[in-house]
Design a protein around this ligand. Structure first.
Ligand code: HEM
Length: 274
């Protein structure tokens, strides 16, 4: 769940800023981001944030926004798996709107090349280095792709059957056994090969060994503009952890919604304040 909460924060902040818009449920006036393509049957941890909000409301009603709770939860999730800690500035307000179209357009695609990924982050004020450091989160994800997607294997099938030079042959054949060229779409495929839930730089070591699962993972090592950073993180876990923390701080400050704008919701799934 730790990685999922960090992802929820990322998917919130990339769509009209860190304003908890991702937590809003569908209503006649709100097109929920929960059903956007990158989120549907995939983003999780909503209930963790809603539970935390309930506790906070009990102690201190209508003061702490859902956006701040999500930001703090992402930091605590990193600490919980042995990752870095950082100070979270507070004061974000919650939105009264969500934007499903922006969730579909602004969250990066797993088929993207390195330049497209770089610009998807740069329009949000994050550097190439921030993007690569944040991607290191995959290593602690206990997520299994096929749990959630109707045709999940499409995400990486083209890569493992590509016979390209950017994939380790042993890795490709292991993955092919799990994922036949046709059918088999309900088979589970862990995003990462090694035991999750401990924060380290193995994601980058895997990329250097050409064992990235998604196309958007492996391009980080095959592309000249990102290769050196991946290489550096694979050798220096401390610089990865430090850069991860600073990238998370920057991500948490994308387009902040501050007073007098925004609201403090009573529950995170709706815009009711009383
Ligand atoms: C660089 C561009 C990125 C792309 C193209 C991308 C794409 C994806 C895709 C396609 C999945 C699988 C979803 C599914 O099949 O349901 C996924 C999962 C995931 N992503 Fe990303 N992602 C990116 C960046 C990030 C960042 C910056 C974070 C967090 C800081 C993140 C955290 C996660 C996590 C934790 C999962 C597993 C889900 C879970 O454990 O609940 N991703 N991502």
């Amino acid at each position: 769940m730790a990685a999922s909460l960090i992802r929820l924060h990322f998917h919130d902040c990339f769509v009209q800023g860190c304003d908890a818009s991702i937590l809003l449920d569908e209503t006649p006036s709100i097109q929920s981001e929960k059903t956007a393509i990158p989120n549907i049957n995939s983003a999780r941890g909503y209930n963790v944030i809603e539970d935390a909000k309930r506790e906070v409301e009990r102690l201190c009603p209508r003061v702490v926004s859902c956006a701040d709770i999500l930001t703090v939860a992402a930091r605590d999730a990193s600490v919980a798996v042995g990752g870095p800690s950082w100070n979270v500035k507070l004061g974000r307000k919650d939105s009264t709107t969500a934007n499903r179209a922006r969730a579909n357009s602004d969250l990066p695609s797993p088929f993207a090349d390195a330049n497209t990924l770089i610009s998807a982050f740069s329009v949000k004020g994050l550097t190439t280095r921030d993007m690569i450091a944040l991607s290191g989160i995959y290593y602690i994800s206990s997520f299994t792709i096929a749990y959630t997607r109707p045709s999940p294997m499409l995400l990486f099938r083209s890569r493992i059957y590509s016979n390209g030079t950017d994939i380790d042959p042993g890795f490709a054949s292991t993955r092919r056994r799990q994922c036949p060229q046709t059918g088999g779409d309900s088979t589970l495929a862990p995003l990462d090969l090694v035991t999750p839930n401990s924060f380290d730089n193995n994601y980058f070591k895997n990329l250097v060994q050409r064992k990235g699962l998604l196309i958007s993972d492996q391009v980080l090592f095959t592309s000249a503009s990102t290769k050196d950073i991946v290489d550096g993180y694979s050798k220096n876990p401390r610089s990865f952890a430090a850069d991860f923390a600073s990238a998370m701080i920057k991500m948490g400050e994308i387009q902040p919604l501050l007073a007098p704008n925004g609201i403090v919701r009573k529950t995170c799934g709706s815009i009711l304040v009383n």
